[in-house]
Design a protein around this ligand. Structure first.
Ligand code: ASP
Length: 410
């Protein structure tokens, strides 16, 4: 019997995971069926994410170094750089404007007082960090001993070192051909292993969704429903309308065609809530299904996975306005401008791991003097919102690669 394609398997597994999760939640925590089901899905889900994380470091390292080194053939290296960074900043700016616009329009949290959430905010200690301190620690984290960074899986520092190595390979030219070939073969080998890991994706994704759905705190969710709806709605608007529109206007690719090539990565991002863990899948989709040249994909996608986060930027901005409403603070235009800037910095600085945006959001709140402990209100719903925002983060990277490829050529 011929199995359905991997895409179909993933798309079948995801709703099955959600359905099982709902069922386990309905059975309640005392039921032994639910307990065992959750135990098994926890195990499978963690193993799948572990496998992705295992392959992540060699993949980021080789794909960026090879990507940059191959840009040499382009003779337009600086154009690729500029276009990539320009696209990242612009798409995040659009996302933030959408998030802030919706929060201003619908005013979630207005009229509620923080005391209502007293229970939720108790016992949560926010890490204090000002913009200056954040900037300093961000810069400090860029340049790290590459061996330590590789061993610790410090993705941002690995990206930076791989950029250096790629540039040195370009500067050295023919002289280092063997090292470049070695890195290229390393990348191919890594992608082969990614292919094996992806065969497990339908089960891994299903298991992750079972756990996620079954362990959501529904009571709190109802209280926060309006905010959740505003964030999910605008994130969806950005992902389903704005990004596909940009893609269509620049490259002429239809949303359906894009979805077909991108869905493996989008569903994986949704289930893992981690751009970094999804990176192996993203790269595969961009190169093999969406036909972006390896030298562009190898540069734009890994860089985007740590830097370009439309969903996170949107979320951080909308959440800041939500918290201001909860605290009964009216934010003026200047304060909203500061939120705009810090939300972008927070998104750039957030590593591609689950709930990372939550941590860098502390900086956004602090920049306009909002109460930090309000974060505790958002924590219980964060895993839920993290699904869609991570999928949109990853979508932005894929659209970016296609847009840059088109604009470099023209
Ligand atoms: N989970 C997100 C990502 O990996 C980051 C975030 O928490 O916003 O892209």
């Amino acid at each position: 019997m011929k199995l359905p394609s991997l895409n179909t398997q993933i798309l079948l597994g995801a709703p099955m995971g959600v359905a099982l999760g709902v069922w386990f939640a309905a059975l309640g925590p005392a039921s032994s069926v639910a307990q065992q089901g959750l135990y098994v899905s926890g195990l499978i889900g963690t193993l799948f994410v572990d496998l992705l994380k295992m392959i992540l470091v060699p993949l980021v390292f080789t794909s960026i170094a090879v990507g940059v080194a191959n840009l040499r053939a382009h003779r337009q290296m600086h154009r690729v750089w500029l276009l990539t960074l320009g696209f990242f900043v612009l798409s995040m700016a659009i996302a933030i404007v959408l998030g802030m616009g919706a929060a201003n329009l619908f005013q979630p949290g207005k009229g509620l007082s923080l005391a209502l959430f007293h229970d939720a905010t108790q016992g949560f200690q926010a890490k204090q960090m000002s913009i200056g301190e954040f900037g300093q620690s961000f810069l400090h984290g860029l340049f790290v001993n590459p061996f330590a960074a590789l061993a610790k899986g410090d993705v941002l520092a690995i990206v930076v070192f791989a950029l250096f190595l790629g540039i040195a390979l370009v500067a050295g030219g023919e002289r280092y051909r063997n090292i470049l070939t070695l890195l290229q073969e390393g990348l191919e080998l890594t992608l082969r292993m990614v292919g094996w890991i992806m065969r497990l994706a339908p089960f891994g994704i299903m298991a992750l969704l079972v756990k996620l759905v079954a362990t959501q705190n529904m009571a709190l969710l109802t209280t926060l429903a309006k905010f959740v709806a505003v964030v999910l709605g605008t994130t969806l608007l950005h992902g389903a309308v704005m990004l596909p529109l940009i893609l269509y206007l620049v490259t002429g690719m239809t949303p359906l065609l894009f979805w077909r090539g991108a869905r493996e990565a989008l569903v994986t991002a949704f289930a893992t809530s981690s751009s970094a863990a999804t990176l192996p899948v993203t790269l595969r989709c961009v190169e093999q299904h969406l036909h972006v040249k390896p030298e562009i994909a190898g540069f734009v996608v890994p860089l985007g996975a740590t830097v370009n986060m439309d969903g996170t930027a949107l979320y951080e901005a909308a959440a800041a306005l939500f918290i201001a409403n909860l605290a009964g603070i009216d934010m003026n235009l200047l304060q909203q401008g500061i939120v705009f800037l810090t939300a972008m910095l927070g998104a750039i600085g957030a590593p591609g791991i689950p709930s990372a945006g939550m941590v860098t959001m502390i900086m956004v709140l602090q920049s306009v003097g909002l109460p930090l402990d309000a974060i505790a209100i958002l924590l219980p719903i964060d895993r839920l919102l993290d699904t869609l925002r991570t999928a949109v983060n990853v979508e932005g990277d894929m659209v970016g690669a296609l847009v840059v490829q088109k604009l470099v050529r023209s």
